[in-house]
Design a protein around this ligand. Structure first.
Ligand SMILES: [Ca+2]
Length: 394
């Protein structure tokens, strides 16, 4: 039986970890890229659009559209992370200067068009600020019903921030947009209009995904043994290594050591792998809503260490064993009511989860609590070593 294809829309702000996500995406032979949107965030939107196009062009994928997004957040001035990602948002990488033009269709219209073109099937992945998707909700309020599942990189729950003391970058960039997206997608889930809660991957989980020089060397060298590996892909990896060198230096300067937290590729990979698993095990409508709203779901034993499984409470293990939902791959998750602080004088942009049900509100999001980072990094390594191998490649 042929493998079902996965239509996917990626909204990003490249950004160095975004670049790894883009590369990983190109290596997935069963994913149909329904569109790529660029958001302002790590760099101005003109630059992130150019970077997305540049990474694609470097890989020979001149057939993929990049849709430019809004140039500023909904309700505040734009801020950029050039000290983290470099003046161009691509570290020391040299991307093609002359190149493809961006799409004439802006990001918000592209989100709406992709969702309408794949009703109930599109996987949405947000690894930049939520501005584009919030604007798309104005154009197409049925997006939460049309999109099969939304995966969001963002937030910091009861954790030190990476931007302000308690806030994460993507949400801080545009808290109003993040709030609107969570509210819309969460409400559709609560109302029974959408089968799955949006997934949030906050930094206290994604920081476990660490790229090291050793891991990078493995990706670059072992790939020579892959029959699918082309010289073009080797060049792509050379530029990724140049980008990562900047990212390593930044993290070292920031006190984390000569390594890099790579938040975005995990979220993209989890979305793709979840779609595959859900396809394999059958579509389970209302997944998760039969349980109490604060249920912890963990992945099956194939993808999480024994130690992690033992840490799950016994009654939660029963939920896992029933197999009545498709777990988020390489992760343990908890459903909870989530909201975003928009007015706090010290905490604007903080994501708040009501773990104990004090608000008496149903869960509107599935939050990733822990990631089996080593297993995911092995998957990432294998994919990047192999390179793109689909029929569209020469
Ligand atoms: Ca990003």
């Amino acid at each position: 039986m042929p493998q079902p294809r996965i239509p996917l829309f990626l909204d990003c702000d490249p950004g160095i970890d975004d670049a790894i996500a883009l590369g990983y995406l190109l290596c997935q032979d069963d994913v149909d890229i329904a569109g790529i949107a660029a958001s302002g965030g790590n760099a101005p939107v003109e630059q992130t659009t150019r970077n997305a196009l540049g990474w694609l062009q470097l890989a020979g994928r001149t057939d993929i559209c990049v849709h430019p997004g809004a140039d500023r957040p909904l309700a505040q001035d734009a801020d950029y992370a050039l000290e983290t990602h470099g003046e161009t948002g691509a570290g020391y990488a040299r991307l093609p200067l002359e190149g493809l033009p961006p799409s004439d269709t802006d990001a918000a219209h592209a989100w709406a068009a992709a969702a309408r073109a794949h009703p109930g099937e599109l996987i949405g992945v947000l690894v930049g600020p939520a501005t584009n998707l919030a604007l798309a909700l104005d154009l197409e309020p049925r997006l939460p019903q049309l999109i099969r599942r939304l995966f969001i990189m963002g937030g910091a729950f009861n954790y030190r921030g990476n931007t302000r003391p308690t806030t994460e970058w993507n949400v801080t960039w545009d808290p109003e947009a993040a709030s609107r997206v969570i509210a819309a997608f969460g409400q559709a889930y609560i109302a029974g209009d959408a089968p799955y809660a949006p997934v949030m991957a906050p930094i206290e989980a994604t920081e476990a995904v660490v790229m090291t020089p050793e891991r990078l060397a493995k990706i670059r060298s072992r790939g020579d043994l892959s029959p699918n590996r082309t010289p073009q892909w080797s060049t792509w990896l050379d530029q990724l290594a140049a980008a990562l060198r900047f990212y390593f230096e930044f993290h070292e300067w920031d006190g984390h050591g000569y390594l890099a937290h790579i938040h975005d590729p995990y979220v993209l990979a989890a979305a793709i792998e979840w779609a595959r698993q859900a396809e394999t095990t059958g579509k389970v409508g209302r997944a998760g809503n039969d349980r109490d709203p604060f249920t912890t779901i963990a992945t099956d034993e194939l993808r999480v260490s024994d130690e992690s499984i033992r840490a799950v409470e016994p009654d939660r293990r029963e939920v896992m064993a029933r197999g009545d939902t498709t777990p988020v791959p390489w992760a343990e998750t908890t459903q909870a009511a989530v909201d975003i602080e928009l007015t706090g004088t010290l905490t604007r942009g903080e994501t708040v989860a009501d773990w104990l049900g004090r608000w008496n509100r149903p869960a509107n999001a599935e939050i990733i609590r822990r990631i089996d980072a080593e297993s995911f990094l092995d998957n990432l390594t294998e994919a990047l070593q192999k390179g793109p191998g689909g029929p569209t490649q020469p």
